[in-house]
Write a protein that binds this ligand. Structure first.
Ligand SMILES: Cc1cc2nc3c(=O)[nH]c(=O)nc-3n(C[C@H](O)[C@H](O)[C@H](O)COP(=O)(O)OP(=O)(O)OC[C@H]3O[C@@H](n4cnc5c(N)ncnc54)[C@H](O)[C@@H]3O)c2cc1C
Ligand code: SF4
Length: 508
């Protein structure tokens, strides 16, 4: 009798995965495949591909060590058909399988294709809910039902109550749901930021690095000094080090940026949460425990937990609720192409150069670099959401469409018209100057508002508001800003528009 075939995808590397819970080691086979279609449908950062292939190969070894049969198809296997569908067809024939079990993928495109497999393959195909998330799509849909706008803060409170996290009975500990008033300090340049936790490549990782260098030579990004965790034990060590060394200052410096200091006090666990080496619930519990024992203050712990229990689950809920139409939203009608410097880093804007250079080196930038530097520029310059989404999906090692798309189209570009965020996160150079030391080493002058030397963010900010007045003028949260705009002289408005046209023309 042939057993069940269990397909495990590259972002499903969790032993507790729904499709592994009832595995019969005597007869079942786990199928894992490296396919070129997934590597190139957008040409992912080299480091991201190497990380996922190495983590997949290590996970396969761990399953084998447990006595599970794993059929693993390598990218360079001669008969590899290069797609999930092609490899599943081959594996079904190889094993004579009558039943395929899988856990729902993190991308709408892939789920749609898998739903057709039962008919295409002529075998029983069971797609299970991904139980690793803390808010199933149906629960989110119930919560969202009847709400015109969705606000993360209210969703987050529900999640705190449901999981009894940082609660005293029915009330939040300390009396407040959110401690951001104590967070988000400007950077202190004397800080000795702890080094990130990193691991020397072993034999498996070294093989994968060679493979990726060979097969993906023309992809964006560097592979040098690869140090990602590629096993669950290593990922747990990253989480432990974060809790021990960084969490106490996480909130205080959450928004701070220092030149040549990419990692700051962030956790760097997004890579591992999103591919399954870590589970969100265990990260939340570890942070809560650090507050209970007095190791970390409430402002840091609450701020960190909100990112995972709040934002992460919230954006996923929006993704599954609103796809596939969400991917086509372009409320502001932005049409500009993506400037070449997003790939090369060759720009005189130091904040952009710093953020792009580290993205190329590490496949990582922290939230404020993604939101208030790289994203803010794309918003102000009016870059088409399709190009911006593709860039973010390519360049970050934690990027999967379910989390990247709502962050880019909803949070950064306001392309959904305010469904996810109540107003665009637009800002001039003063914000970047307050939260970083980038401006002190920039060709542009952040204090200048007009002319060739002025910081482009300054005039682009006002130009953005002028250009989009018909769409944003009635937004209550922008009322004060539009009133300031109305007080500007015609000459000043003309100057803003001339500076912006001159600068935008240089983007190509
Ligand atoms: C334009 C843009 C694109 C983004 N693209 C991605 C992406 O592709 N993948 C991704 O995981 N995150 C994305 N984020 C969210 C966030 O920037 C990253 O999760 C974070 O920078 C990862 O680094 P970290 O693990 O050090 O996070 P920390 O700052 O230490 O935060 C802890 C964890 O909270 C979660 N988190 C925090 N903010 C968010 C958020 N807005 N949405 C979802 N989860 C969040 C992540 O799991 C993260 O690992 C994006 C944000 C923006 C503004
Ligand atoms: S001056 Fe403007 S462009 Fe230069 S680093 Fe500061 S914010 Fe960026």
């Amino acid at each position: 009798m042939s057993g069940t075939l269990r397909l495990i995808l590259g972002d499903q590397l969790s032993r507790s995965l729904a499709s592994l819970t009832d595995i019969n080691k005597a007869v079942d086979t786990v199928l894992m495949v490296e396919v070129m279609e997934e590597v190139t449908y957008v040409r992912h950062h080299k480091r991201k591909i190497a990380f996922l292939f190495s983590a997949m190969r290590h996970f396969a070894e761990e399953l084998r060590a447990e006595g599970i049969t794993v059929d693993y198809v390598h990218l360079d296997d001669a008969d590899n058909r290069g797609s999930f569908a092609g490899e599943v067809v081959r594996a079904v024939a190889r094993h004579g399988s009558q039943r395929l079990v899988l856990t729902e993928p993190g991308e709408h495109r892939v789920l749609q294709a898998m739903r057709d497999w039962q008919d295409e393959l002529g075998i029983d195909v069971e797609i299970r809910t991904d139980t690793r998330f803390m808010c199933p799509p149906e629960m989110f849909a119930d919560w969202a039902d009847g709400r015109k706008q969705l606000r993360m803060d209210f969703f987050y409170r529900e999640m705190r109550r449901k999981y009894n996290i940082l609660m005293e009975g029915k009330e939040p500990v300390g009396g407040k749901w959110n401690y951001d008033a104590e967070n988000r300090e400007s950077p202190d340049l004397s800080l000795q930021v702890p080094a990130p936790t990193s691991f020397a490549p072993d034999t498996i990782t070294t093989e994968v690095l060679t493979l990726v260098e060979d097969r993906c030579a023309n992809h964006f990004g560097d592979l040098a000094d690869f140090g990602f965790a590629v096993t669950r034990d290593q990922a747990l060590a990253v989480l432990d080090h974060f809790i021990a060394e960084r969490l106490p200052l996480f909130g205080t410096y959450q928004d701070a940026m220092i030149a040549d200091e990419p990692w700051m006090y962030h956790s760097h666990i997004g890579f591992y949460l999103n591919c399954g080496l870590l589970l969100p619930a265990e990260a939340v519990q570890a942070a809560e425990a650090a507050w209970v024992t007095g190791h970390a203050p409430l402002n840091a712990v609450e701020g960190f937990i909100r990112q995972i229990l709040g934002w992460r689950e919230f954006v996923r809920g929006i993704y599954w609720l609103k796809m596939p139409s969400y991917a086509d939203r372009n409320f502001l009608g932005a049409e500009r192409g993506l400037p070449e410097f997003y790939w090369t880093g060759e720009t005189a804007m130091n904040c952009m150069k710093q953020s792009i250079d580290q993205t190329r080196r590490y496949a990582y930038a922290h939230h404020i670099q993604r939101l208030m530097v790289l994203g803010n520029f794309a918003l102000l310059a009016g870059i088409d959401p399709r190009y911006v989404n593709e860039w973010y999906l390519v360049v970050y090692a934690d990027a999967y469409e379910w989390v990247e798309l709502p962050n880019v189209s909803g949070m950064v570009l306001f392309a959904d018209g305010g469904y996810l965020a109540s107003k665009p996160y637009a800002a001039g150079g003063a914000y970047i100057n307050r939260m970083s030391n980038y401006c002190s080493n920039c060709r542009y002058k952040v204090a200048k508002k007009a002319g060739d030397e002025a910081c482009p963010f300054n005039y682009l900010y006002w130009d953005f508001l002028i250009r989009n007045r018909d769409k944003l003028g009635n937004n209550a949260r922008l009322g004060m800003i539009y009133r300031s705009l109305d007080k500007m002289s015609d000459d000043r408005v003309a100057e803003i528009q001339a500076d912006s046209s001159r600068f935008l023309a240089t983007l190509g």
